[in-house]
Design a protein around this ligand. Structure first.
Ligand code: URA
Length: 237
Protein backbone atom coordinates (compact mmCIF):
# COMPACT_ATOMS: atom_id res chain seq x y z
CA UNK A 1 0.00 0.00 0.00
CA UNK A 2 1.14 3.58 -0.63
CA UNK A 3 2.71 5.31 2.34
CA UNK A 4 0.24 8.24 2.29
CA UNK A 5 -2.66 5.76 2.25
CA UNK A 6 -1.12 3.84 5.14
CA UNK A 7 -0.91 7.08 7.15
CA UNK A 8 -4.60 7.82 6.43
CA UNK A 9 -5.53 4.30 7.49
CA UNK A 10 -3.65 4.58 10.75
CA UNK A 11 -4.55 8.18 11.73
CA UNK A 12 -7.46 10.60 11.34
CA UNK A 13 -5.55 12.48 8.62
CA UNK A 14 -6.85 13.06 5.10
CA UNK A 15 -4.68 12.15 2.10
CA UNK A 16 -3.56 15.80 1.68
CA UNK A 17 -2.74 16.11 5.37
CA UNK A 18 -0.74 12.88 5.16
CA UNK A 19 1.25 14.29 2.24
CA UNK A 20 1.98 17.48 4.21
CA UNK A 21 3.13 15.40 7.15
CA UNK A 22 5.47 13.49 4.85
CA UNK A 23 6.89 16.71 3.42
CA UNK A 24 7.64 17.90 6.95
CA UNK A 25 10.09 15.00 7.35
CA UNK A 26 8.43 13.68 10.52
CA UNK A 27 7.68 10.24 9.06
CA UNK A 28 10.24 7.48 9.27
CA UNK A 29 10.06 4.09 7.55
CA UNK A 30 12.31 1.51 9.20
CA UNK A 31 14.13 4.36 10.95
CA UNK A 32 14.82 6.43 7.81
CA UNK A 33 13.06 9.72 7.05
CA UNK A 34 10.71 9.13 4.10
CA UNK A 35 8.99 11.89 2.14
CA UNK A 36 7.67 10.00 -0.87
CA UNK A 37 3.88 9.52 -0.55
CA UNK A 38 3.91 6.86 -3.29
CA UNK A 39 6.41 4.62 -1.51
CA UNK A 40 5.03 1.08 -1.17
CA UNK A 41 4.89 -0.16 2.42
CA UNK A 42 3.50 -3.26 4.10
CA UNK A 43 2.63 -4.49 7.58
CA UNK A 44 6.19 -5.58 8.38
CA UNK A 45 7.58 -2.05 7.96
CA UNK A 46 8.05 0.07 11.05
CA UNK A 47 6.38 3.41 10.27
CA UNK A 48 6.67 6.12 12.91
CA UNK A 49 5.63 9.74 13.33
CA UNK A 50 7.57 11.61 16.02
CA UNK A 51 8.72 8.23 17.31
CA UNK A 52 5.15 6.91 17.63
CA UNK A 53 4.52 3.64 15.76
CA UNK A 54 1.56 3.70 13.36
CA UNK A 55 -0.70 0.69 12.98
CA UNK A 56 -3.08 0.62 10.01
CA UNK A 57 -6.75 0.10 10.79
CA UNK A 58 -8.02 -3.13 9.32
CA UNK A 59 -10.21 -2.82 6.25
CA UNK A 60 -13.96 -2.46 6.56
CA UNK A 61 -16.65 -4.34 4.64
CA UNK A 62 -20.38 -3.62 4.57
CA UNK A 63 -23.51 -4.45 2.62
CA UNK A 64 -26.33 -2.00 2.15
CA UNK A 65 -29.82 -2.23 0.67
CA UNK A 66 -29.80 0.69 -1.74
CA UNK A 67 -33.00 2.64 -2.17
CA UNK A 68 -34.03 4.37 -5.39
CA UNK A 69 -33.03 8.02 -5.75
CA UNK A 70 -29.60 7.55 -4.21
CA UNK A 71 -26.26 7.28 -6.00
CA UNK A 72 -23.21 5.05 -5.72
CA UNK A 73 -20.72 7.89 -5.71
CA UNK A 74 -18.43 9.45 -3.10
CA UNK A 75 -20.04 12.84 -3.55
CA UNK A 76 -23.66 13.90 -3.36
CA UNK A 77 -25.05 15.09 -6.69
CA UNK A 78 -28.74 15.45 -7.65
CA UNK A 79 -29.35 12.53 -5.30
CA UNK A 80 -27.52 11.77 -2.06
CA UNK A 81 -24.71 9.22 -2.02
CA UNK A 82 -25.56 5.86 -0.44
CA UNK A 83 -22.62 6.50 1.90
CA UNK A 84 -24.87 8.94 3.80
CA UNK A 85 -26.93 5.96 4.99
CA UNK A 86 -23.91 4.18 6.43
CA UNK A 87 -23.69 5.30 10.01
CA UNK A 88 -19.94 4.68 10.48
CA UNK A 89 -16.85 6.82 11.04
CA UNK A 90 -15.36 8.31 7.83
CA UNK A 91 -17.99 6.68 5.61
CA UNK A 92 -16.91 8.83 2.66
CA UNK A 93 -13.45 7.21 2.73
CA UNK A 94 -15.12 3.98 1.59
CA UNK A 95 -16.06 3.06 -1.96
CA UNK A 96 -18.73 0.97 -3.63
CA UNK A 97 -17.69 -2.34 -5.18
CA UNK A 98 -19.92 -2.28 -8.26
CA UNK A 99 -22.13 0.74 -8.73
CA UNK A 100 -25.87 0.80 -9.34
CA UNK A 101 -27.81 3.48 -11.22
CA UNK A 102 -29.77 6.06 -9.23
CA UNK A 103 -33.07 4.30 -9.99
CA UNK A 104 -31.77 0.76 -9.31
CA UNK A 105 -32.35 -0.75 -5.87
CA UNK A 106 -30.73 -3.65 -4.04
CA UNK A 107 -27.42 -5.02 -2.88
CA UNK A 108 -24.32 -2.84 -2.76
CA UNK A 109 -21.02 -3.87 -1.21
CA UNK A 110 -18.96 -1.12 0.38
CA UNK A 111 -15.34 -1.28 1.49
CA UNK A 112 -11.99 0.52 1.65
CA UNK A 113 -10.11 -2.55 0.39
CA UNK A 114 -9.32 -1.92 -3.27
CA UNK A 115 -8.01 -5.40 -3.94
CA UNK A 116 -11.20 -6.94 -2.51
CA UNK A 117 -13.46 -4.76 -4.63
CA UNK A 118 -11.37 -5.61 -7.70
CA UNK A 119 -12.17 -9.28 -7.07
CA UNK A 120 -15.88 -8.39 -6.96
CA UNK A 121 -15.89 -6.16 -10.03
CA UNK A 122 -13.32 -7.49 -12.48
CA UNK A 123 -15.00 -9.51 -15.27
CA UNK A 124 -11.90 -11.75 -15.26
CA UNK A 125 -12.85 -12.95 -11.76
CA UNK A 126 -16.24 -14.11 -13.06
CA UNK A 127 -18.23 -13.03 -9.98
CA UNK A 128 -21.96 -13.47 -10.70
CA UNK A 129 -24.36 -10.60 -10.11
CA UNK A 130 -28.04 -11.49 -10.08
CA UNK A 131 -30.63 -8.85 -11.01
CA UNK A 132 -34.41 -9.02 -10.78
CA UNK A 133 -35.69 -7.12 -13.77
CA UNK A 134 -39.13 -5.81 -14.67
CA UNK A 135 -39.66 -5.27 -18.38
CA UNK A 136 -42.00 -3.07 -20.38
CA UNK A 137 -42.76 -5.83 -22.88
CA UNK A 138 -43.72 -9.30 -21.66
CA UNK A 139 -41.54 -12.00 -23.21
CA UNK A 140 -43.83 -14.22 -25.29
CA UNK A 141 -43.73 -17.91 -24.36
CA UNK A 142 -42.76 -18.96 -27.90
CA UNK A 143 -39.90 -16.42 -28.02
CA UNK A 144 -38.38 -17.17 -24.63
CA UNK A 145 -36.01 -20.02 -25.61
CA UNK A 146 -34.55 -17.97 -28.46
CA UNK A 147 -34.02 -14.98 -26.17
CA UNK A 148 -32.44 -17.09 -23.43
CA UNK A 149 -30.01 -18.42 -26.06
CA UNK A 150 -29.20 -14.89 -27.27
CA UNK A 151 -28.30 -13.80 -23.75
CA UNK A 152 -26.21 -16.94 -23.35
CA UNK A 153 -24.30 -16.26 -26.58
CA UNK A 154 -23.68 -12.60 -25.66
CA UNK A 155 -25.45 -9.42 -26.69
CA UNK A 156 -23.99 -6.74 -28.93
CA UNK A 157 -24.39 -3.48 -27.03
CA UNK A 158 -24.40 -0.20 -28.89
CA UNK A 159 -20.96 1.40 -28.93
CA UNK A 160 -19.14 -1.72 -27.68
CA UNK A 161 -16.58 -3.63 -29.73
CA UNK A 162 -17.28 -7.06 -28.24
CA UNK A 163 -20.30 -9.08 -27.16
CA UNK A 164 -21.31 -9.18 -23.52
CA UNK A 165 -20.09 -12.22 -21.62
CA UNK A 166 -22.55 -15.14 -21.41
CA UNK A 167 -25.55 -14.16 -19.30
CA UNK A 168 -28.28 -16.32 -17.81
CA UNK A 169 -31.84 -15.17 -18.40
CA UNK A 170 -34.62 -16.85 -16.43
CA UNK A 171 -38.32 -16.06 -16.70
CA UNK A 172 -39.96 -15.89 -13.27
CA UNK A 173 -42.97 -18.12 -13.72
CA UNK A 174 -44.37 -17.95 -10.19
CA UNK A 175 -44.46 -14.14 -10.08
CA UNK A 176 -47.69 -12.13 -9.70
CA UNK A 177 -46.60 -10.14 -12.70
CA UNK A 178 -45.56 -11.68 -16.00
CA UNK A 179 -42.93 -9.12 -16.97
CA UNK A 180 -40.45 -10.23 -14.30
CA UNK A 181 -37.15 -11.99 -15.11
CA UNK A 182 -33.85 -12.79 -13.43
CA UNK A 183 -30.60 -11.97 -15.18
CA UNK A 184 -27.17 -13.19 -14.08
CA UNK A 185 -24.13 -11.37 -15.48
CA UNK A 186 -20.42 -11.43 -14.63
CA UNK A 187 -19.42 -7.95 -15.73
CA UNK A 188 -20.62 -4.42 -15.10
CA UNK A 189 -20.52 -2.29 -18.20
CA UNK A 190 -22.21 1.11 -18.00
CA UNK A 191 -26.01 0.59 -17.69
CA UNK A 192 -25.37 -2.98 -18.77
CA UNK A 193 -28.69 -4.61 -17.92
CA UNK A 194 -30.74 -1.77 -19.38
CA UNK A 195 -28.65 -1.79 -22.56
CA UNK A 196 -28.87 -5.56 -22.93
CA UNK A 197 -32.65 -5.47 -22.93
CA UNK A 198 -32.70 -2.37 -25.16
CA UNK A 199 -30.55 -4.32 -27.64
CA UNK A 200 -33.26 -6.98 -27.92
CA UNK A 201 -36.06 -4.44 -28.34
CA UNK A 202 -37.30 -4.30 -24.77
CA UNK A 203 -37.02 -1.78 -21.95
CA UNK A 204 -36.17 -2.15 -18.27
CA UNK A 205 -38.78 -0.45 -16.07
CA UNK A 206 -37.51 -1.74 -12.72
CA UNK A 207 -34.15 -3.14 -11.61
CA UNK A 208 -33.05 -4.67 -8.32
CA UNK A 209 -29.73 -6.42 -7.53
CA UNK A 210 -30.36 -9.47 -5.34
CA UNK A 211 -27.02 -11.22 -5.15
CA UNK A 212 -23.28 -10.74 -5.70
CA UNK A 213 -21.39 -14.04 -5.77
CA UNK A 214 -22.77 -15.97 -2.78
CA UNK A 215 -23.71 -12.80 -0.89
CA UNK A 216 -27.48 -12.37 -0.85
CA UNK A 217 -29.59 -9.41 0.13
CA UNK A 218 -31.99 -11.26 2.38
CA UNK A 219 -32.16 -9.66 5.78
CA UNK A 220 -32.08 -5.91 5.15
CA UNK A 221 -34.92 -3.48 4.55
CA UNK A 222 -34.34 -0.64 2.06
CA UNK A 223 -31.80 1.82 3.52
CA UNK A 224 -30.48 -0.68 6.08
CA UNK A 225 -26.88 -1.91 6.20
CA UNK A 226 -24.73 -4.34 8.15
CA UNK A 227 -21.11 -5.47 8.44
CA UNK A 228 -20.22 -8.40 6.22
CA UNK A 229 -19.45 -11.57 8.12
CA UNK A 230 -15.91 -13.01 8.06
CA UNK A 231 -17.15 -15.75 5.74
CA UNK A 232 -18.61 -13.19 3.32
CA UNK A 233 -15.40 -11.15 3.33
CA UNK A 234 -13.36 -14.30 2.68
CA UNK A 235 -15.30 -14.97 -0.53
CA UNK A 236 -13.41 -12.16 -2.30
CA UNK A 237 -10.17 -12.03 -0.30
N1 URA B 1 -27.21 -2.54 -15.09
C1 URA B 1 -27.90 -1.38 -15.26
O1 URA B 1 -28.36 -1.08 -16.34
N2 URA B 1 -28.07 -0.61 -14.18
C2 URA B 1 -27.62 -0.92 -12.94
O2 URA B 1 -27.84 -0.15 -11.99
C3 URA B 1 -26.91 -2.12 -12.80
C4 URA B 1 -26.72 -2.91 -13.89
Amino acid sequence: MRLDKFICKSTELTRNEAKKLLKSGEVRVNGEVEKNPAMQVHENNSITVDGQMLTARTSRYFMLHKMADSICSNIDEIYPSVLNYLDVDKAFDLHIAGRLDADTTGLVLITDDGRWSHNVISPKKGCKKIYRVWLRNIIAEDKSEELIERFKQGIQLQGESSLTRPAILELVRDSDVDNEVLLTITEGKYHQVKRMFAAVGNRVIGLHREQIGAIKLTDLAPGEWRNLTEEEVALFS
